[in-house]
Design a protein around this ligand. Structure first.
Ligand code: G6P
Ligand code: ZN
Length: 583
């Protein structure tokens, strides 16, 4: 057995290591500075209780982006030096964020051990490569992101750190080869176990969904399917699940080889960045030749996000979660005994609220960020949740789950078509959505993103909007001056959330303007960018009249968009005449 020793390395605080919505995300060159990653990792160890470090089993893996391989070796050496007993690594360092959550909750190691936490190496949907982003976040024993209490402690520790522990003489571990390597340290044995990235996750999916009925759908001559991993880690799951388990054609997988730089693309599944899929589905400016598939989906870099498309049809994430919730009990075995409750983030449209009301389900509106759902799930209050930011999931794990969302949709399509798979007219994705609108009404919805805006200007815009809220008559005068037929603003506030489980309060979670007819304007600063500020503007309008739910969404929302841009003085503050991305 190879022996290692522990070195105490002198270090000093480095500015700017405050974790954002989903961990610390910075340019690769920032992470490559001496001691940068090491300081953050040691600060994390120091923020955990001793039993979660000494003798513990921890997972280290991620979406495979550039710098991950180096980071994994560094974290292994630091874990060894800090008295961790075992490190688990997905083969080649690959594990999707939902798979990490599943591994923490479900996996049993070769020696019967269980993991108590994970370092996830990802910057999610941000581009990768030597000049792009890297990221790291810590997940807890429940499989969910560390709560604010821990991330605050980590940040405090980064401000006072003066040394970190590392086993410099521990040789690099071959993370391509499955198996266990054991080392001996001052405190005893230390193991590194490399395991298959997909098998635990595939097993979990098979326990949730009826794979037989999805397989039947995928092999039906009536149905066609397409999945784009945007060269993220989703590719490592797409083949085992969609091709090997469910019988899809290999040609239905696009960009499913994980790459360190995501093939130079922006691995964010939306109508702007998932260009190839969008073209294939007949929704692009330059569409591919041939008839589009009936169903298409894409994932982000770490495969927790999803975008769902029908043939020439976009399903908004807000509608997606509402439709999944409305159909889950009949279509998905995991939910057959009913839903405990449902939840959405504040800027997500109220489509889910209407479903919850109809089905008499417990309902929660939480701030942006998946961790808020985790608390509800741990307390048994919520089964299905979703966010407008292309995140959908359930209490099977404590992260959003892109492949789960695709399987949920396939389950619903299979259920709706159980009579007509061998012939007859297919009930399409578009039919399912339009039918949903006819029953529940439609929430027209769009999001405008202004990326990499000057941080000072963004703050000023937000401050201006808060100040404006102190006089509603003034607000309504402005609104009416822009569009006399837009309804009145009934109330305006900054969203604040009191967690019903632990009582913690989260303030300043977005600026809301709520109109009398149920329309909403929400302004937020993104918590996930790595440069400048990103302003997000969310625009929503409810239409109950089923004869009016079929309009083009940008057209239906045009007056409200106009009001939002002028009310906020968007161009004046940001200098931008148009958003970077519209979804
Ligand atoms: C991450 C989180 C999501 C959240 C999203 C918001 O993806 O996991 O829960 O909705 O970030 O990002 P934003 O950039 O709007 O803060
Ligand atoms: Zn992600």
């Amino acid at each position: 057995m190879v022996m290692f020793s522990v070195t105490r390395k002198q270090s000093a605080p480095i500015d700017g290591q405050k974790p954002g919505t989903s961990g610390l995300r910075k340019k690769v060159k920032v992470f490559m500075q001496p001691h940068y990653l090491q300081n953050f990792v040691q600060s994390t160890f120091n923020a955990l209780t001793k039993d979660k470090v000494r003798g513990a089993t921890l997972v280290v893996s991620g979406d495979g982006r550039y710098y991950s391989k180096d980071a994994i070796q560094i974290i292994i050496k630091m874990a060894a030096a800090n008295g961790v007993r075992r490190i688990w690594v997905g083969q080649n360092g690959l594990l999707s964020t939902p798979a990490v959550s599943a591994v923490i909750r479900e996996r049993v190691g070769v020696d019967g051990s269980k993991a108590s936490g994970a370092f996830i190496l990802t910057a999610s949907h941000n581009p990768g490569g030597p000049h792009e982003d890297f990221g790291i976040k810590y997940n807890m024993e429940n499989g969910g992101p560390a709560p604010e209490g821990i991330t605050d402690k980590i940040y405090e520790n980064t401000k006072t750190i003066n040394e970190y522990l590392i086993a410099e003489d521990l040789p690099d571990v071959d993370i391509a080869a499955i198996g266990v390597t054991s080392f001996g340290g001052p405190e005893g044995q230390f193991d590194v176990e490399i395991f298959d990235s997909a098998s635990d996750y595939v097993k979990l999916m098979k326990s949730i969904f009826d794979f037989k009925s999805i397989r039947k759908l995928l092999s039906s001559p009536n149905f066609s399917f397409c999945y784009d991993a945007l060269h993220g880690v989703g590719g490592a799951y797409a083949k085992p699940i969609f091709v090997e388990e469910l019988g899809a054609q290999e040609s239905s997988l696009l960009n499913c080889t994980p790459k360190e730089d995501f093939g130079g693309g922006h691995p964010d599944p939306n109508l702007t960045y998932a260009k190839e899929l969008v073209a294939r589905m007949g929704l692009g400016k330059l569409d591919s030749q041939g008839e589009p598939p009936e169903f298409g989906a894409a994932a982000d870099g770490d495969a927790d996000r999803n975008m769902v498309l029908g043939k020439r049809f976009f399903v908004t994430p807000s509608d997606s979660v509402a439709i999944i919730a409305a159909n889950a009990v009949e279509s998905i075995p995991y939910f057959s005994s009913g839903l405990k409750g449902v939840a959405r983030s504040m800027p997500t449209s109220a489509a889910l609220d209407v479903v919850a009301k109809h089905l008499k389900l417990k309902f929660f509106e939480v701030p942006t960020g998946w961790k808020f759902f985790g608390n509800l799930m741990d307390a048994g209050l919520c089964s299905i949740c979703g966010e407008e930011s292309f995140g959908t999931g359930s209490d099977h794990i404590r992260e959003k789950d892109g492949i789960w969302a695709v399987l949920a949709w396939l389950s619903i399509i299979a259920y709706k078509n159980k009579e007509n798979l061998s012939g007859g007219k297919l009930v399409t994705v578009e039919d399912i959505v339009r039918n949903h609108w006819a029953i529940y009404g439609r929430h027209y919805y769009t999001r405008y993103d202004y990326e990499n805006v000057d941080a000072g200007a963004a703050k000023e815009l937000m401050a201006y909007l808060v100040k404006l809220q102190s006089s509603l008559p003034e607000v309504n005068k402005i609104v009416k001056g822009i569009h006399s037929d837009v309804s009145n603003v009934a109330s305006a506030d900054e969203f604040e959330y009191k967690d019903p489980v632990d009582g913690s309060i989260s303030k300043h979670q977005g600026i809301r303007y709520l109109f009398e007819d149920g329309s909403r304007l929400v302004f937020r600063l993104s918590g996930t960018g790595s440069e400048g500020a990103t302003i997000r503007l969310y625009i929503e309008q409810y239409e109950k009249d089923s004869s009016k739910t079929g309009r083009d969404s940008q057209e239906a929302l045009a007056p409200l968009v106009d009001v939002a841009l002028k009310l906020s003085k968007m161009q004046e503050f940001t200098g931008r005449s148009a958003p970077t991305v519209i979804t």
